[in-house]
Design a protein around this ligand. Structure first.
Ligand code: PAN
Ligand code: ZN
Length: 184
């Protein structure tokens, strides 16, 4: 297998022969936003984010690393910014790096005690996501937010606890400002 590929460090675009592509549209985001009726009012085909990933070993392999770029499009569902679903790693000890390449956003982290914090993302910002920490990214700007990520190939993605319990706080646009609002 060819284990080299190219990253455009300005846009985040990956180029290579063996990349996985995932597109998440408004239709795919059922249950993730605070205002479900606002989501239902949007065109279901509207792109929310796209992921390109390089996975040189089978998912679940111990000791391997995966690499990917996520592009989060600008937009709102009600007053909540377009964002990734967010997840815990199934293998909770697995951590991850995010590096922002383009746009402005926010990294939303929630630890096992359901304490949620937010960190600004801008080109060049590097973020270490510790073990046992749910992670989600929101685009708070008017252009595409691109960030690259590197994570262990045996991390796994647990979305179920996000759809059932959610994060304890959400990033919402309040009086024009991105504001972390605790869930009622
Ligand atoms: C990232 C995410 C990517 C999409 O590669 O998988 O940004 O977000 P969701 O997986 O929450 O939809 C990562 O954190 N990998 O572990
Ligand atoms: Zn992850």
């Amino acid at each position: 297998m060819n284990t080299d590929f190219n990253l455009d460090i300005l846009t985040g675009e990956l180029e290579g022969s063996q990349l996985y592509e995932t597109l998440r549209t408004i239709r795919d985001m059922e249950g993730y936003y605070h205002d479900e009726s606002a989501r239902e009012g949007l065109n279901p085909q509207t792109p929310v984010y796209r992921v390109q990933a390089f996975q040189p070993v089978p998912e679940g392999t111990e000791g391997g690393l995966f690499f990917g770029t996520t592009f989060v499009y600008p937009g709102l569902v009600g007053d909540e910014y377009f964002m990734t679903k967010g997840h815990f790693h199934v293998n909770g000890s697995r951590s991850e790096y995010y590096v922002t390449l383009a746009g402005v956003g926010a990294l939303i982290l929630m630890d096992e005690g359901r304490r949620t914090t937010v960190t600004p993302m801008k080109p060049g910002s590097v973020h270490y996501i510790p073990a046992n920490t749910a992670h989600r990214v929101a685009n708070v700007g008017d252009s595409v937010l691109a960030f690259m990520a590197c994570w262990p190939s045996d991390s796994g993605h647990d979305y179920g606890s996000i759809t059932s319990e959610g994060f304890s706080a959400r990033l919402r646009k309040v009086n024009g400002n991105a504001t972390l609002v605790e869930e009622a």
